[in-house]
Design a binder for this molecule. Structure first.
Ligand code: NAI
Ligand code: MG
Length: 493
């Protein structure tokens, strides 16, 4: 029996899709899953020394996908030793133009196997195939292509005349963009001559293991890239390992703070990409239909599991009713369901834990007095689902205006003047991203200067390019990924 989402006020939606879409599922058979996966250390797959494993599931169905090795302290030791050996005897001595060839090959194989990777990513993560196919996988390939281009030009990058690699990079990534975050970490590290031990998130290990197979396929020297699957304890052991020269982390601010404490007082270099609570600011002269698309893309892309999501909508009071009416109409046309269906807009929430967190914060929104709305929306029986949700009447002190929800939940606030918009936008401990929608170029430039955020998008949102640096202020972390700036965290100038 399909459940109907709570908090439905169908009467406020005056136009709904006239036609239903027939199912258009991508074939799952494109990707061949092994029953068990080992740790990728020294160019080969091995079971964990302890023999421990865990199961990764499809969050849209709760069906088990594969059993994966859980790396312990001994495995971290072995992987760091393999990375050290590869750094000293192989990768660290290669000319930049030779390293570039491997990166180009990895990029090309990602392109060749893009369909497999897209299905795998949607199975393990729950994201719509439209997004894994059109965003995650192409951007991951683009990242390797981009950094391949830098590998033989490092002396021109602006980080000293003879910049040198740091050594072994320990890298820990989250579950929201599993392959793309692996690419963000590995590509600049490898281009600059470092070797890597990467730990993917425990709910989404499969695309990183597929990438390990690609490393084998392109003949990457063994030990250059090592992939350790496991949970927080594995990540903590990697970060703490004395043989690691550089730690790069993307994930929650809470764990970022722990890592900063663990690394303090050591020789290790650190970059952190953490949470966000971005303001998406709509001025009254903005092109409203485009802005509505930008709001939807800002918070409902990837089920809102996006660190730079536009989770706080700041809309100028004079157009607030208009924008909210159009937004509700648009949300009523979003299709939630099977992530492998090519028509799906909203997929599954990545895990039961994340669903519980979203539910808890949304309930807090209602309890604190904000008004909750979701379009009519049928949630599948199995799996983890949350309907697109909009809160109006939100005040700055509400938890839903301050805390990262990391789900498809938008908090709407209003403002009257640009100064008030800036004050509200900056009223957050985070500072990763922001959006500005207006026709006035001068206002865009002024806002970009005033907003304390690493990225400010103007009349667009969630637009990524490997050539463009990305990173935060304050509790969103430090260091930049992407672009020339992304080389700096892996070089000793
Ligand atoms: P998390 O920060 O616990 O997990 C991210 C990665 O860090 C995973 O690979 C995890 O295994 C690893 N990890 C966990 N504890 C560690 C430790 N002590 N040392 C080293 N590595 C460790 O995030 P989680 O629990 O998956 O999500 C919780 C919340 O964090 C989300 O609800 C969201 O608000 C936020 N988050 C933000 C992300 C971002 O990109 N900014 C990504 C993922 C989560
Ligand atoms: Mg999974």
């Amino acid at each position: 029996m399909p459940r109907v989402a709570p908090h439905v006020e169908a009467a406020t939606v005056d136009s709904v899709a006239a036609f239903d879409y027939a199912p258009a599922p991508e074939s799952r058979d494109i990707v061949r899953l092994d029953a068990e996966y080992g740790l990728f250390v020294g160019g080969e797959f091995h079971p964990a020394v302890s023999g421990r494993t865990f199961v990764t599931i499809n969050p849209a169905t709760e069906e088990p996908l594969a059993s994966v090795a859980e790396a312990g302290v001994e495995d971290v030791d072995r992987a760091v030793a393999a990375a050290r050996a590869a750094y000293e005897d192989g990768w660290g001595r290669l000319r930049g133009r030779e390293r570039a060839k491997y990166l180009f090959r990895i990029a090309r194989v990602i392109q060749e196997r893009a369909r497999e990777l897209a299905v795998l990513e949607s199975l393990d993560n729950g994201k719509p195939i439209r997004e894994s196919r059109d965003v995650d996988i192409p951007l991951a390939a683009a990242h390797f292509f981009y950094y391949a281009g830098w590998a033989d030009k490092l002396e021109h990058a602006g980080f000293g005349p003879q910049p040198r690699a740091l050594g072994v990079a320990g890298q820990v990534i989250p579950w929201n963009f599993p392959l793309l975050m692996a690419a963000w970490k590995l590509a600049p590290a490898l281009a600059t001559g470092n070797t890597c031990v990467l730990k993917p998130a425990e709910t989404t290990p499969l695309s990183a293991l597929f990438l390990a197979q690609i490393c084998q396929e392109v003949g990457l020297p063994p030990g250059t890239v090592n992939i350790l699957t496991g949970a927080g304890a594995t990540g903590a052991a990697l970060v703490a390992h004395p043989g690691v020269d550089k730690v790069a982390f993307t994930g929650s601010t809470e764990v970022g703070k722990e890592i900063r404490r663990a690394v303090a007082g050591t020789h290790k270099r650190l970059t952190l990409e953490l949470g966000g609570k971005a303001a998406n600011v709509i001025f009254e002269d903005a092109p409203i239909d485009q802005a509505v698309e930008g709001i939807v893309n800002g918070i409902f892309f990837n089920q809102g599991h996006v660190c730079c999501a536009g989770s706080r909508l700041l809309v100028q009071e004079s157009v607030a009713d208009l924008v909210l009416d159009r937004l509700r109409e648009r949300l009523a046309t979003l299709r939630l369901g099977d992530p492998l269906d090519k028509n799906t807009d909203i997929g599954a929430i990545n895990s039961a834990e994340q669903l519980a967190k979203i539910r808890g914060l949304a309930d807090a929104g209602s309890e604190e007095g904000a008004e909750r709305w979701s379009p009519p929306c049928t949630l599948p029986d199995r799996g983890f689902w949350f309907p697109p949700t909009v809160f109006t009447g939100v005040s700055q002190s509400h938890r839903i205006a301050r805390e990262e929800i990391f789900g498809p939940v938008l908090s709407v606030l209003t403002f009257r003047t640009p100064a008030e918009a800036v004050a509200k936008a900056n009223n957050t401990p985070y500072g990763l991203s922001a959006g500005v929608w207006t026709e006035k170029g001068s206002l865009i430039l002024w806002m970009a200067q005033q907003l304390e955020a690493g990225v400010v998008w103007a009349n667009t949102y969630n637009r990524f390019d490997p050539a463009s640096p990305f990173g935060g202020y304050q509790e969103s972390g430090f260091g930049r990924e992407g672009g020339r700036h992304g080389l700096e965290g892996y070089l000793d100038g």
